[in-house]
Ligand binder design. Structure first.
Ligand code: ZN
Ligand code: ZN
Length: 382
């Protein structure tokens, strides 16, 4: 089968690799029809993780079931399914409590928790930027889609990661109807956090970024765009909230946060939220931070440390939630919003490319080229 293979920093190629296949009775085999390039793929693409060369990326996957193992009861051949990026067993201590993002069975390292397709340090699972994907514990992990799935793949594929992840940021922040919300980052996840806030009935959603194309999308869904290259976002958010600060904040950038000149400051977005979220407000952090980052120019960040304004955070009595999203906690309900026509997360998609053009898609998306807001790949398309 054809697959996107990581060759080294800023290099991927589309190659023939051995076909994914059923390996255990509980596996499901999916022919991938839609798979996204994600911002977290870029951390790996840029060589900032220990992702192995020769492995395949791709954790935002949707496709048609073409084979099921003997122990699969629910999922049937021919069904369209969307796969949470988390690979989870469903029966471990964390999965039982709904924390499929920290599955203990799918992660082979006993000192770690959580697994994903095509992801550094998250188990041996191949990614879905390929013609075929093996889905372990298929009954638990496959989200079945309705008859409209073939026509609306670019909406439904967002249930694999960015839509639930953006929603999770708003849940950890505690967004409720009427709230003012400050969102750092208008990449695909930031836009989904903004969209989720809008869907929840937030009163005012302020989205901070510096890319015109992303800010335009934020505005299109009814949010207030704030360009941090031309104004101080903390002052603006305070101005917009009578000096009190936003009720809720969402961090959707992560450890490679940088100033408009390109210098990385891993603490930048977190501290901007500490300053611009009100006393007793909530902050949800879904941007990626990692335990160590030897390639960072920042001496603290090399050891995974961030100079958080903890004193101010404590003084203001803020709460902060963090970590990857347990996609299964939200994906059914969000699917039903899509099915009912009440959510259309495909508004972030700028490019749909055949799998062969993945290297080109990575290059543009990695450079944040204007207009490349979200790249969707279609294996099997000409
Ligand atoms: Zn993703
Ligand atoms: Zn588990």
């Amino acid at each position: 089968m054809k697959a996107v293979v990581y060759e080294g920093p800023r290099s991927v190629s589309v190659k023939n690799v051995p076909d994914a296949r059923i390996e255990r009775p509980t596996d499901v085999l999916v022919r991938i029809t839609t798979t996204n390039i994600c911002g977290s793929d870029l951390h790996m693409y840029e060589g900032r993780t220990d992702f192995e060369t020769g492995r395949t990326f791709g954790h935002e996957n949707l496709g048609e079931v073409i084979e099921v193992g003997q122990g699969v009861d629910k999922i049937k051949v021919g069904e369209m399914v969307c796969l949470p990026f988390n690979v989870a067993c469903g029966f471990c201590k964390n999965c039982e409590r709904g924390y499929t993002n920290y599955c203990l069975t799918a992660q082979p390292d006993p000192h770690l928790a959580g697994a994903a397709y095509g992801f550094a340090d998250m188990g041996p699972y191949q990614g879905g930027q390929a013609e075929l994907l093996r889905v372990p514990w298929g009954d638990f992990n496959c989200l079945r889609l309705g008859e409209d799935a073939r026509e609306r793949q670019t909406d439904y594929v967002m249930l694999s990661d960015i839509f639930p992840t953006g929603y999770h940021a708003t849940e950890m922040a505690g967004v409720r109807p009427g709230d003012s919300v400050a969102i750092m980052g208008a990449g695909p996840v930031g836009l989904m956090a903004a969209y989720s806030s809008v869907l929840k009935g937030a009163g005012k959603v302020m989205v901070v970024d510096r890319h015109a194309d992303r800010l335009a999308l934020a505005e299109r869904i009814g949010c207030l765009p704030i360009n941090d290259a031309t104004e101080n976002p903390v002052e603006r958010i305070l101005d917009e909230t009578m000096g009190l600060g936003a009720d809720r904040g969402c961090e959707c950038v992560g450890y490679q946060a940088h100033d408009p000149q390109g210098n990385e400051h891993p603490d930048d977005t977190l501290n901007k939220l500490v300053r611009s979220v009100r006393f007793t407000g909530g902050i949800g952090v879904v941007g990626v931070f990692i335990p160590q980052d030897p390639g960072s120019p920042d001496p603290l960040e090399k050891q995974g440390k961030v100079a958080l304004d903890y004193g101010m955070h404590w003084f203001k009595g803020q709460t902060m939630g963090s970590g990857q999203c347990p996609v299964k906690r939200y994906n059914r309900q969000l699917r039903d919003l899509v099915a009912a026509g009440k959510a259309k997360p495909s508004f972030v998609v700028s490019h749909e490319l055949p799998l062969d053009e993945a290297p080109n898609g990575y290059e543009h998306f990695d450079r944040r080229d204007n207009g490349w807001t979200k790249v969707v790949l279609h294996p099997g398309a000409a």
